[in-house]
Design a protein around this ligand. Structure first.
Ligand code: SF4
Length: 378
């Protein structure tokens, strides 16, 4: 639940081909997996009218949020789920609660409906295709307004030295997402290697920064799992035993999951949505974004293996690993590491090779035109 913008929403609203979601009430989103808000002033007033001490101020979101109980769950959460939802109806919940895990990314050709994958309702079990109408209902606030999480302009930075109009970017992104949807191995689609060279940090420091994030909360614990995964991947270090954050929500989810997906299906769905929502865009150009995703994917595979050794079924292990790796991207440590990535020079990315050749042809043509002009002037 992050800062929103009220900029005009481009139409149409579009869902990613292949995206599937239904809220099963697994309950993870009603915990300290994120700040339980922000709630508006009028929502805070209504919540306090129900229960006096049910709203607190959060420095993280710079606003009021639902108060967490000592176990990390919202004070309105009981063993059967949200009491407001159950006793008063879903539309009486604060807007932020109705919205998650949906998000909205405004692009020059429409509003992309996105979904966060830290929610087991999104990653596990049989789920119907995501429908625009359902998502739009959840995305509207109490006043009926739609708010965006990200705004994408018409120029997309592809590498440090190359930008493309959005329409040209789409010619590259669309086949990548289609290949993920068709089941091609995600590493082959991303093409970038995990753990790229860093400019000033090193991977042990990045891992240590995440391990330091353990503040005793479940979120802090998820960050330490991510740090463990980075360190294991980088140096072969064997991590210590740790509790699993929000294990109960995943246990509930796995009980309703009759037809398990493979970890690769879970990775591909997640990576496709990471591309679809443009989470990478503030951190650097597209080639860096792909290296960032390749790194978190490699960490996710490492964590999945560790979780399977603890006896978890493969799909549950993959879903818990995705939750940890998605949360890491929401924390402050990861963007600092990504800003330090050193993109490989002249990377042989299959989408980049023709673009570089095209640029070279254009530069040669311009040079010939300049020479011709000069000759004519003499
Ligand atoms: S108000 Fe209800 S939906 Fe919102 S966080 Fe609390 S329990 Fe969850």
């Amino acid at each position: 639940m992050s800062a929103k913008s009220r900029a005009p929403i481009p139409r149409p609203l579009i869902v990613r081909p292949g995206a599937r979601f239904q809220c099963f009430g697994d309950g993870l989103c009603c915990t300290d997996i994120h700040a339980l808000g922000p709630v508006t002033i009028s929502e805070a007033r209504d919540l306090r009218a129900r229960r006096k001490l049910s709203v607190v101020y959060s420095d993280d979101v710079e606003g009021y949020v639902c108060a967490p109980a000592p176990n990390g769950g919202c004070v309105y959460l009981d063993a059967k789920g949200c009491t407001i939802h159950r006793l008063e109806g879903p539309d009486k919940k604060p807007g932020g609660c109705q919205r998650f895990p949906y998000g909205l990314t405004a692009t020059p050709i429409g509003g992309r409906i996105t979904t966060e994958h830290r929610c087991p309702c999104r990653t596990l079990g049989e789920r119907p295709p995501l429908m625009v109408d359902d998502a739009e209902r959840s995305l509207r606030d109490r006043a009926g307004r739609l708010e965006t999480d990200r705004i994408i302009t018409d120029r997309i930075e592809m590498t440090e030295r190359m930008r493309l109009p959005f329409a040209r970017y789409l010619e590259i992104e669309t086949p990548l997402i289609a290949r993920l949807h068709a089941g091609e191995k995600a590493e082959l689609v991303l093409e970038q290697k995990p753990l790229p060279e860093l400019q000033s940090l090193n991977w042990s420091i990045v891992a240590a920064n995440h391990l330091d994030g353990n503040d005793g909360s479940a979120g802090g614990l998820a960050l330490t799992w991510f740090g463990d995964g980075l360190l294991e991947l980088y140096s072969g270090h064997t991590p210590p035993k740790r509790e699993r954050p929000w294990a109960a929500a995943f246990e509930r989810a796995i009980k309703r999951t009759k037809k398990p997906e493979t970890p690769d299906q879970i990775w591909n769905d997640w990576i496709a949505d990471e591309l679809w929502m443009f989470r990478w865009l503030p951190w650097g150009p597209f080639d860096v974004g792909l290296a960032e995703l390749a790194t978190r994917l490699a960490v996710a595979r490492t964590l999945q293996k560790r979780l399977q050794k603890l006896g978890l079924r493969a799909d549950q292990a993959a879903a818990e690993a995705v939750m940890m790796c998605e949360l890491a991207a929401e924390a402050s440590e990861w963007p600092v590491a990504v800003a330090d990535f050193e993109p490989e020079p002249n990377a042989k990315l299959s989408w980049l090779v023709p673009l570089l050749a095209e640029r070279e042809r254009a530069e040669r043509k311009a040079k010939r035109a300049r020479a011709e002009k000069k000759k004519n002037e003499q």
